[in-house]
Design a binder for this molecule. Sequence first.
Ligand code: G4P
Length: 281
Amino acid sequence: MTIQWFPGHMAKAKREVQEKLKLIDVVFELLDARIPLSSRNPMIDEILTNKPRIILLNKADMADEKVTNEWISFFAEQGLQAIAIDSQAGTGMKQIVAAAKEMTKEKFLKMAAKGIKNPRPLRALIVGIPNVGKSTLINRLAGKHIAKTGDKPGVTKAQQWIKVGKEMELLDTPGILWPKFEDEEVGLKLATTGAIKDTILNLQDVAVYALRFLSEHYPARLKERYSLTDIPDDIVELFDAIGKRRGCLTSGGAVDYDKVAELVLRDIRTEKLGRLSFEKP
Ligand code: G4P
């Protein structure tokens, strides 16, 4: 589902997240491991202010592992802990809980020092842009299926706490935030990875961006996937080569550029070109 973000929606989304934060000890900022900057809300520091935060690099199963490790170091240098996870398979879930406990340890020690004998579980909230995997992660942590709220800012339902083991509770509705979509390259990266739907941007524009990126950063994979002996510098020639190899042709026998664009983007999103990262620190 694609959200149209208008200034009013953004203000409301920000307000809603800030309202939830009052109940929360720690925030999980969910990012796409393949595009950690482009999948980040541009106002996140302002929205979260001083809340303890853990960055979760989701869909790490689809990202270049070496690059993901570089991102983890990059965030560490900024004083932010980042953990690579795969919400679909459930990789990294124990680490998330352990990190949240560690981050809130002092707060709970203080509560104990004040004589609170049975402290409540620590309370966490997941925030992130649409399609980053918030619902998948909530379901994974909950160990059951929780219905997805309409992916629209401002759609509310009664909030509930989901128990994650004995020591953590998670708010069942995530905070939905907007990406930095006014930047064209951010939009192209979001579209390449499938975070924004194909109807918003021109399919061929997205494929041109993706193929240029792959030619520069993953040429061997591109050659192998489409049986190319070399990669033409000219993007139209590259479309032609792939189209001929893979039979993306019109009824008249010419290369069908829309079909090529669709094929390449589908191949990227289904990992036919292997694990790819579209941003490096
Ligand atoms: P949202 O709540 O943040 O909007 O995202 P949601 O959980 O709906 O996830 C968006 C898409 O990303 C889903 O795929 C989901 O399966 C996929 N996804 C989430 N986490 C991971 C992950 O760690 N690894 C991988 N590989 N994929 C992940 P979809 O195609 O929209 O739906 P479906 O395939 O589940 O039917």
